[in-house]
Design a protein around this ligand. Structure first.
Ligand code: 2P0
Length: 325
């Protein structure tokens, strides 16, 4: 079939976090965020419309998905159907090269790849900026996965100007060591976690105010290629997000003992003269921002406490791309 093309989108890890919506329906964030796209974690997706189907069928990692998961995909595809006039049901095939829902932002690469594949299958020929707006309506973090390198999601004033822009291609000595503390499905989704935080944390306004300052400072540091400054802002912003969550009622914590161990190891490595900085998302895993040229050294130090398969080195990822089968 002519539309059986796959699209690959890489995941991203926020250095300046997105944690809260001002519009739940359109997924408009309370603040702008900034991420690094990673090449080690990605999703590949194809969409083929087929009139002979009764309804959409969604396969993830070659397994047909249940009603709830399929509906989420269908609702997202409907945005493309509305825009293109396409009415037929579709077969959606997705392969996740990401430990799903382990806090490694699988929804980012997942929804970005789906947006790219739907764009191809409908022939809408959307620009990356338009694709970013579509991806956003699937999942906030997916907004940023349209681009490689350092990417800013500008919160905008409405749906039409809340999209991602590339800040820098990160084509220099930078990367991450991802410490997989626990691959299990998390108990509280980001979506629920951020909603509760916005509604109940007395620290929330402080979070918004200081994130705006962090964003300006990190963009200057990226422009200067000042790795230590980028790392220090990243570490501070991530911890502030977790502090804000601790202020929610009931309090939210995604940390596990090994998360704390990993953060301590990063501080020790820094004392020994290896510049590296940690960040954490809505899960127990720790991401260590480092110079790619130091990543093997950092991994070796972590091997005293973690297994080989818990330590994944990644360089910067690229823009969303079409994969020819
Ligand atoms: C981020 N996270 O900026 C933040 C930091 C996790 C912690 O974006 O509700 O799956 O689909 O917009 O994008 C995870 O939240 O949430 C996330 P929805 P999403 O990467």
């Amino acid at each position: 079939m002519s539309n059986e093309k796959k699209v690959r989108a890489y995941t991203n890890i926020a250095l300046i976090k997105y944690w809260g919506k001002r519009d739940d329906q359109l997924i408009l964030p309370t603040s702008s965020s900034l991420s690094l796209t990673l090449d080690a974690f990605y999703t590949e997706t194809s969409v083929s419309f087929d009139d002979s189907l009764e309804k959409d069928a969604f396969y993830l990692n070659e397994t047909v998905q249940d009603e709830a998961a399929t509906q989420k995909v269908s609702r997202f595809l409907n945005l493309f159907r509305e825009q293109s006039g396409m009415k037929a049901p579709a077969i959606i095939k997705s392969t996740n090269y990401v430990p799903t829902a382990a806090g490694l932002a699988s929804s980012a690469s997942g929804m970005a790849a789906l947006a790219g594949a739907a764009n191809l299958a409908t022939g809408l020929n959307l620009s990356p900026q338009e694709l970013s707006i579509f991806a956003r309506q699937g999942s906030g973090s997916a907004t940023r996965s349209i681009y490689g390198g350092f990417v800013e999601w500008q919160k905008g004033t409405s749906s039409s100007d809340s999209y991602a822009v590339k800040v820098d291609d990160a084509n220099w000595d930078i990367g991450m060591v991802v410490v997989v503390v626990n691959k299990k499905q998390k108990e509280l989704s980001s979506r629920e976690g951020m909603k509760l935080t916005v509604a109940t944390s007395p620290f929330y306004q402080g979070w918004i105010d200081s994130t705006a300052v962090d964003l300006v400072n990190i963009k200057n540091a990226i422009n200067d290629r000042d790795f230590e400054q980028i790392g220090a802002i990243t570490e501070s912003n991530g911890m502030k997000m977790h502090g804000t969550m601790l202020g929610a009622n009931p309090p939210i914590s995604y940390w596990e003992p090994d998360s704390v161990l990993a953060m301590q190891l990063v501080r020790q490595l820094r004392k020994k003269g290896i510049p590296c900085y940690f960040t954490m998302d809505a899960g127990p895993n720790v991401k260590v921002l480092c110079r790619l040229s130091d990543s093997e050294k950092i991994k070796t130090a972590f091997l005293d406490y973690f297994n080989e398969d818990q330590l994944i080195i990644s360089g910067p990822g690229s823009d969303l791309k079409e994969i020819t089968l």
